[in-house]
Design a protein around this ligand. Structure first.
Ligand code: FES
Ligand SMILES: [Fe+2]
Length: 438
């Protein structure tokens, strides 16, 4: 199956002239109502403009989305901008070392204020030079009448949270309230990695010729992981197995895995880090999953045989073999935290059939490139994995646009894909007010 799907010469995107899939003509409400649990989504979810608009307006604009590592904006005045559909948001570190977020729209006549990322002392509109402080307040606007009240024209705020160095925003008026509850669970797990004070070693934006959901669904399973030789070399090949799945042939491997898991648990106890896993992908609005896994071989990091990729451990981690803390947050992110570095991922939709995967590698702020880590070696595994996944996503986008495509059943090891899809369909169902009919 993998051999058929990994065709590197596959076209970059489905052509506009391709024949219509069976669900073209079906409304989003019809498709949401008849979505069958345990089955992949029908083609229209990945091709229709109506669904894409709903994804932007409902999923990405009414939920908390991951947009940046706090380490990308370490100093006051550092900023990044984030595009969510037609909206743009400025995420900036203010003078009090807090992270703030504002709509990237001037309060005068609406000009865009900032582009891409960078550093500013104040936020100055390029049009008529209205000038805003880093807390969004209007400092200066020329030629206004005496009665002009600057306090009425601050930048419009966007909800923002810095969860132990991971920055989330929510564009809704009322953001989902359970973020704080989830943060209280997750934060103690993340704290020792000190991501807020980490250094960005590299950031790569990978354009995907596939709907954002295909990128997320692909990440939520390892059914296809035979196609990831670099990534799987660090993991035990049975990490998703239950005791009852273990055949006599697998028993020695399973025993080795169990020993490594026990050793990791002991190290986490010594470090004072929580051990418990959490699976709440579709049981709450701020759906998430958090797991701790031991790594195979040397057990240290993602290099071949579980070897380390950075000699300086991240945060206040004391033991190089600290396993893989893996965190998934609905709808658009996942994270891997290891003893020597962390990798954070976000997926943003750009059209019904395209998206962008952003990958950011974080290391200890004192880690020196060329001394403590080699940049290429640090990024090898996920650059390779992302590119292998890109081909799978491209092929699936093309296949889901094919007139013959009908949803197929998830296997027993695709429960987290169902967790993602069920969370997603639930958001649309609530918004559209439709009942499930399947
Ligand atoms: S539009 Fe920004 S100052 Fe006029
Ligand atoms: Fe993959």
């Amino acid at each position: 199956m993998t051999a058929q799907l990994t065709n590197p010469s596959a076209p970059a995107a489905p052509s506009a002239g391709r024949a219509a899939p069976p669900s073209v003509g079906a409304s989003a409400a019809e498709m949401v109502a008849r979505r069958k649990k345990g089955y992949s989504l029908e083609g229209g979810f990945y091709t229709s403009q109506e669904v894409y608009d709903l994804d932007v307006d409902v999923v990405f604009s009414k939920n908390w989305i991951f947009v940046a590592a706090a380490a990308e904006i370490p100093e006051a005045g550092d900023f990044v901008t984030v595009d969510v559909g037609r909206a743009s948001v400025i995420v900036v570190r203010d003078d009090d070392d807090q992270i703030a977020a504002f709509h990237n729209v001037c309060r005068h006549r609406g000009s865009r204020l900032l582009e891409d990322k960078g550093f500013v002392g104040n936020i100055v509109c390029p049009y008529h030079r209205w000038t805003y402080a880093l807390d969004g307040s209007l400092l200066h606007a020329e030629s206004q009448p005496p009665a002009f009240d600057k306090t009425c024209f601050s930048l419009r705020k966007v909800h923002v949270r810095n969860l132990a160095g991971l920055v989330f925003i929510c564009l809704a008026q009322d953001a989902p309230a359970d973020f704080d509850e989830v943060a209280a669970i997750v934060e103690p797990h993340l704290a020792p990695y000190q991501l807020d004070r980490a250094k960005v070693a590299r950031q790569v934006d990978l354009p995907e010729a596939g709907n954002w959901k295909l990128v997320m669904e692909n990440n939520r399973e390892c059914y296809h992981c035979d196609g990831h030789p670099e990534l799987t070399s660090a993991y035990f090949p049975i990490f998703a197995y239950d005791e009852e799945d273990i055949t006599p042939r697998l028993r020695p491997l399973y025993d080795r895995y169990t020993k490594a898991a026990e050793a990791l648990a002991e190290k986490r106890r010594e470090q004072g880090t929580p051990l418990q896993d959490h699976m709440q992908l579709d049981t709450r609005q701020v759906g998430f999953q958090l797991t701790h896994l031991p790594l195979d071989g040397e057990g240290r990091s993602f290099a071949a045989g579980g070897a380390a990729v950075c000699s300086k451990l991240i945060g206040e981690i004391k033991d190089a073999a600290f396993g893989d803390l893996s965190l998934h947050m609905q709808p658009n992110s996942w994270f891997h935290l290891l003893g020597d570095h962390a990798v954070v991922f976000s997926v943003m939709p750009t059209s019904p059939s395209t998206s962008v995967l952003r990958t950011t590698w974080l290391v200890h702020p004192d880690a020196q490139e060329g001394e403590d880590y080699d940049l290429e070696s640090l990024c090898t595994v996920w650059n390779a994995t992302n590119d292998q996944d890109r081909v799978l996503v491209t092929n699936t986008q093309i296949g889901c646009s094919d007139p013959s495509y009908v949803p197929g059943p998830y296997s027993m090891v695709e429960d987290q894909v169902e967790g993602f899809v069920n969370w997603y369909v639930t958001r649309l169902r609530e918004h559209l007010g439709v009942e499930a009919t399947a």
